[in-house]
Design a protein around this ligand. Structure first.
Ligand SMILES: *Cc1c(COP(=O)(O)O)cnc(C)c1O
Length: 395
């Protein structure tokens, strides 16, 4: 999965070009930068790759979510529906704009269940933020239809799904806005970085302004630029963007390798009695960063995860017990919502995250293991892995 596995001369060359000019800022310095625009290049390349009109690079995936929410005008007291299976950044970003995270059950896609989303919509709901977890997509066409029907904004957290598609359309381009992360362990990385994409020029303009202190970015003199809105600093540096430029050029190769490695391991696991696999609405569009499978019950799954680790099958995640990716273990959210600094009158609207229950999601997550798919495996590595897996499951 992680792009850092295949760092090479390409990344060094791109970074070297930035260091040579000494211009690390993405805006201005036109004479000194010798026409090197790494952030701009990455944005144009990514927009073309995803088939979307606008792309804005920002400092992280978390920043991307924050910027997207702000650009869509989501703020104090608005409810945003999200999945309890995600990385903590999704609810952090929602809280950071003063909005209220409202969780809904997942289904066998491991992502938000559209029917469950419909059940938690209230008059305060403004947006739905599905997360395409572990490289494969949510039932995004149904979620888009639901949002259209209810007049809700759709913001995709595609931080883990760059390169995934559903019926030919890229993850991140179904919503009003889509968010990506290029942090150190993502499919492609630039150290720290993220992107917001949209087809809507007005949303793009607001995101572009918000991520740079409200600057309108019209004209060349930063000191004279206008500030149509209040903003913040979520900018990316040219150094980070340069790494991303090189990594993005490797994305097709990364996806092809992941798909090949995943198909092989899937064929091995398929032999395990009682095993089933996560539903992927369009299997051909899977970015294949993880192989997620389900066993018949929680006890056998927890034991399998332990046995796989003991057998040296590294990167086998039992998210149900993990502190970062599933609501069950988010004690800091359960106990410390006040730390989000929401005004008292808004806190009254916040669900008691300590007592909400998600029996369907628990039933799925308790039986699910995700295996990380690596790029650097040789055929021999894969065979060795397969034989360890067969041994663990007594095949
Ligand atoms: C990584 C990730 C983020 C945050 O990205 P950063 O670049 O690390 O800030 C958000 N959502 C999901 C689902 C992620 O996996």
């Amino acid at each position: 999965m992680p792009g850092f596995e295949i760092f090479g001369d390409e990344e060094k060359r791109e970074v070297g070009e930035v260091l040579e000019t000494g211009v690390l800022f993405r805006y201005g310095f036109d004479a000194a930068r010798k026409d090197r625009w790494k952030a701009r290049t990455f944005e144009m390349d990514l927009a073309r790759k995803l088939g979307v009109n606008h792309c804005l690079l920002v400092s992280s995936g978390t920043a991307a979510l924050n910027v997207a929410l702000a650009a869509c005008g989501i703020g104090a007291g608005d409810e945003v529906i999200l999945s309890p299976f995600t990385f903590v950044a999704t609810f952090e970003a929602i809280l950071s704009v003063g909005a209220v995270p409202v969780f809904a059950e997942i289904d066998d896609t491991l992502c938000l269940d559209p029917a469950a989303v419909a059940r938690v919509v209230t008059p305060r709901t403004r947006a739905v933020a599905p997360v395409h977890m572990c490289g494969s997509m949510a039932d995004i066409e149904a979620l888009r239809a639901l949002c259209d029907e209810k007049g809700l904004i759709l913001i995709e957290d595609a931080c883990q799904a760059v390169g995934a598609t559903c019926h030919g359309r890229a993850a991140g381009t179904f919503g009003h806005m889509g968010c990506f992360s290029f942090d150190p362990v993502k499919t492609i990385t630039c150290g720290e970085g993220g992107a917001v994409v949209t087809d809507d020029p007005a949303l793009y303009a607001r995101a572009d302004q918000y991520a740079d202190h409200g600057h309108d970015h019209l004209g060349n003199d930063r000191g004279k630029e206008d500030h149509p809105i209040l903003g913040f600093n979520f900018r990316i540096s040219e150094l980070n963007a340069a790494v991303g430029v090189a990594q993005l050029r490797k994305l097709d190769r990364i996806l092809a390798t992941q798909r090949k490695n995943k198909a092989f391991l899937r064929s091995v696991l398929k032999e395990v009695p009682g095993v089933s696999f996560r539903r992927i609405p369009d299997p051909d569009g899977d970015s294949a960063t993880f192989l997620s499978f389900l066993l018949p019950d929680e006890d056998s799954t927890r034991k399998a995860a332990k046995d796989l680790a003991a057998a040296g099958v590294d990167g086998s995640f039992y998210w149900y017990d993990n502190n970062w990716h599933y609501l069950r273990q988010w004690d800091h959210l359960k106990k410390m919502v006040a730390a989000a600094r929401l005004p008292q009158q808004l806190l009254e609207n916040v669900p008691d995250y300590g007592s909400v229950s998600f029996p369907v999601s628990d039933g799925i997550m308790g039986r699910m293991i995700s295996m990380l798919i690596k790029l650097s495996w040789s055929d021999r590595d894969l065979e060795e892995r397969a034989s360890k897996i067969r041994k663990v499951f007594g095949l």
